[in-house]
Design a protein. Structure first.
Length: 393
């Protein structure tokens, strides 16, 4: 034998997989069955391991939110079946002192007939423009500009109150309640009373989005025009309470979210509805907003928010058990959303699983199944041998 041959044979002694001679191998039918079963099992497990490897996982991470000067976008879609749109005002207030009264931008009020069908879409407060148009039509032909009286209310910059709406605004600015439109010329001319009568049985859908400061605040949907009086936020409740039709703040929240929509984020108020049969009722939702970022594998990042909510409601008429109304407790009827910003930020990062991990899994499956099958096979072989021996004795 050459020197090379002896080196090779020395190397061979490292073989951990020493083979038995083929002549000593016995092939059995159960061995074959075990082999097939193992093969099928391996295929199944490999498939599940592969699909697990292909699906990215989302890893959440909790950090302190260090962003500054951000705005918060509130998306809302809520229906009031028993409050007509002209009575409803949407206001936002925050602890930074910013108020947005009777929001007109990007919030749409849709009139609903008593059966809940849409009447027509109008941008909040757009009806003032409509009225201006009507008025311009009626004043056509008159050369000198018309200047209506404000009936003692706080006149707008132009000094004139040409529409019923402007008179009502002037009244409200002055802190007066606008409760007798019949005595006001502009309102009679516009058929205000008839309009109100037609609309008073209607409902209202409020939908759209508001951008607010990212500090704790409150937005509410309450009856009557709102205004600031001595730095206090006041609503003119008179039209709501004195109406011959009973209004109430039964509502259904179709959607309430903060920031862009992301699949998998559940908004706990979506589809929530509350029913009440009397007007003097206050619904409050205390919302905790948690900033959430999503970093996806395709390099897109979405900044949004999740929230949790607690619900509270209060009967504002102090009714005793006999049903008599005692007195009006403090508080405004309506639906209030008090939001608060959490200092924590959740970062959800989408990640692909590591390939080496997948490889390890594959080896574990193949090796494991073969080993277990081998043990089983040996067990059956030995059992059969003892059984046969016993039979012969
Ligand atoms: C508000 O929700 C209702 C009911 O789900 C839906 O029909 C309507 O289109 C929504 N409005 C907006 C502006 O998304």
């Amino acid at each position: 034998m050459s020197k090379r041959g002896s080196v090779l044979s020395k190397f061979q002694s490292f073989d951990a997989y020493a083979k038995t001679l083929d002549d000593f191998r016995v092939k059995t039918y159960y061995g074959a069955a075990l082999t097939i079963i193992s093969a099928i099992l391996i295929c199944l497990l490999l498939w599940s391991e592969f699909s697990d490897y292909r699906t990215p996982e989302i890893k959440p991470q909790l950090v302190v939110d260090k962003s500054r000067k951000q705005r918060l976008e509130i998306n809302i879609n809520i229906t009031f079946p028993h409050v007509p749109c002209y009575l409803l005002s949407v206001d936002v207030m925050d602890i930074a002192g910013e108020t947005q009264n009777d929001l007109a931008h990007d919030i749409y009020k849709t009139r609903l007939d008593p059966d809940g069908n849409q009447i027509h879409v109008e941008k909040a407060q757009d009806h003032t423009k409509e009225i201006h148009k009507i008025l311009n039509d009626t004043t056509q032909g008159i050369d000198e500009p018309f200047c209506g009286s404000c009936y003692g209310g706080e006149a707008p910059e132009s000094g004139c109150c040409n529409t019923c709406d402007e008179v009502s605004e002037a009244y409200i600015k002055k802190g007066w309640s606008f409760n007798d439109p019949d005595s006001i010329n502009q309102c009679v001319k516009e058929g205000w009373k008839e309009k109100v009568l037609v609309q008073s049985k209607e409902g209202c859908n409020v939908a759209g989005s508001v951008r607010v400061n990212k500090v704790a605040g409150n937005f509410h949907l309450a009856p009557g025009k709102s205004f600031q009086q001595n730095n206090i936020h006041v609503h003119d409740l008179q039209p709501f309470l004195s109406d011959s039709v009973n209004h109430d703040f039964t509502h259904e929240i179709h959607h309430l979210s903060f920031g862009p929509k992301v699949q998998g984020v559940v908004n706990p108020l979506d589809g929530i509805g509350r029913t009440v049969s009397q007007g003097h009722y206050m619904f409050q939702y205390f919302v905790k907003v948690v900033s959430t970022q999503f970093h996806f594998l395709n390099q897109t990042t979405i900044y949004t928010n999740q929230y949790s909510v607690t619900q509270y409601e209060r009967d504002l008429t102090g009714k005793d058990t006999s049903g008599h109304v005692h007195s009006h407790q403090g508080g405004l009827p309506g639906v209030f959303f008090n939001y608060d910003i959490s200092p924590m930020l959740i970062i959800n990062r989408e990640e692909r699983k590591s390939f080496t991990h997948f490889l390890t899994g594959v080896c574990a499956i193949i090796g494991g199944i073969f080993t277990v099958a081998g043990i089983l096979d040996g067990f059956i072989y030995n059992a059969e041998k003892t059984f046969k021996k016993k039979k012969f004795i």
